[in-house]
Design a protein. Structure first.
Length: 369
């Protein structure tokens, strides 16, 4: 089976993203190439990963000294307390800068593990082995690490690139439909913000991707999606400008998650699906995109049964609080909310070019839900 290797080069790091089927068993050879001096590994595992996959990875790593840690993971787990606990554990085992933390799980675990790696002795090796579709197409790439705060999502963190990303599509076979939708949200985002032909391809293949029965097609979707992410990360590693385009829909989404207190009834991907549609409706309302563009977006939602509505999760009197949370977003640099809007399929507004006052957004909020 073909193994896809994408190379990413940032201002301070170069590494590979390896994408394929049944490649987990080759992890050791990939690790030796990217981290040749590693002796100790902290293997951080999501408890939801089937044991057979854990066994395959551990067998591959048998020549290293491996310390395994299993966690039940949710957004509330992504805290400074748990990140520092992992860091202190590695220090107690006398990890040095040549040693390694491997995250074997989804985006939450990768964010926390990467953050811990970045602060241990000012940086030890970190490798991501994402086990969810969302992590494989988005969060494992680009070096964003972090934990949540009572003031908002991902407000405490660092930019810290992994040494390697290994995405085994075989891992996705165990995912429930809800998790596939969660990852699909980021694929859809990538198809909307850069190349219209990606959106056309996705419109034809979305149903099969969500069915999760065609690994070759899913592999194509992952590769296409990763290439979009790489385009922005390589141009703007620290998110000073163009990389902010990747936050399309996310300012709404993160505020929704905070207002929801990170409970399980809305996961990150579902919040992104809500957020992108709200951002598109706002784009149309403000004359940034055409009715045709809005219809294209609404049709792909309708055709794939993405029937998410804010009023299913929140009371009307909570809408103002969602906007208040948006004003705390880390990309804001004045008293206005900084948003990425959609101009057409494959083109967004530029970062910092559209800002809206909090009170103005509150007045029109009901029109975009």
């Amino acid at each position: 089976m073909k193994v896809n290797k994408l190379k990413i080069g940032t201002s301070d790091s170069k590494y590979e993203i390896i994408i394929g089927q049944k490649i987990l068993k080759n992890s050791s050879q990939y690790i030796k190439k990217s981290c040749p001096n590693v002796k100790k590994i902290a293997l951080v595992i999501d408890k939801n990963i089937p044991q057979n996959f854990v066994n395959i990875l551990k067998t591959s790593l048998k020549k290293f000294k491996v310390y395994s840690f299993k966690y039940s993971v949710n957004e509330k787990f992504k805290s400074t307390h748990n990140a520092l606990k992992l860091a202190e554990t590695c220090l107690a085992k006398n990890f040095n800068r040549n040693d390694l933390i491997i995250s074997f799980g989804g985006g939450i675990l990768g964010d926390l593990s990467g953050f811990a790696a970045s602060i241990i002795k000012r940086g030890i090796n970190f490798i991501n082995i994402p086990s969810t579709l969302l992590a494989q197409v988005d969060s494992s790439i680009g070096g964003k690490t972090g934990v949540n705060s009572k003031f908002g999502k991902n407000l405490i963190g660092t930019f810290y690139q992994p040494k390697l990303v290994i995405s085994d599509v075989e891992l996705l076979k165990s995912l429930p439909k809800r998790e596939m939708v969660c990852g699909y949200a980021e694929i859809l985002k990538h198809s909307m913000i850069l190349k219209s032909n990606f959106f056309s391809w996705l419109s034809k293949n979305s149903a099969k991707i969500l069915e999760n029965k065609n690994p070759n097609l899913i592999t194509q979707a992952i590769v296409k999606s990763c290439k979009v992410k790489l385009f922005f990360v390589e141009k703007d590693t620290k998110e000073k400008n163009i990389r902010m385009i990747l936050n399309f829909g996310h300012t709404f989404a993160h505020a929704i998650e905070v207002q929801n207190k990170y409970s399980k009834n809305i996961n990150h991907g579902e919040a992104v699906i809500l957020g992108m549609l709200m951002a598109t409706k706002l784009s149309y309302l403000k004359g940034v995109c055409s009715l045709k563009t809005l219809n294209l977006v609404q049709n792909i939602y309708k055709n794939n049964n993405l029937k998410y509505s804010l009023d299913k999760f929140f009371k009307t009197n909570e809408y103002n609080s969602i906007v208040d949370h948006m004003s705390n977003d880390k990309k804001n640099n004045d008293d206005r909310i900084n948003l990425i809007l959609l101009k057409s399929i494959g083109q967004t507004t530029l970062p910092n070019s559209y800002k809206i006052k909090k009170n103005e957004l509150k007045k029109i909020f009901k029109k975009i839900i």
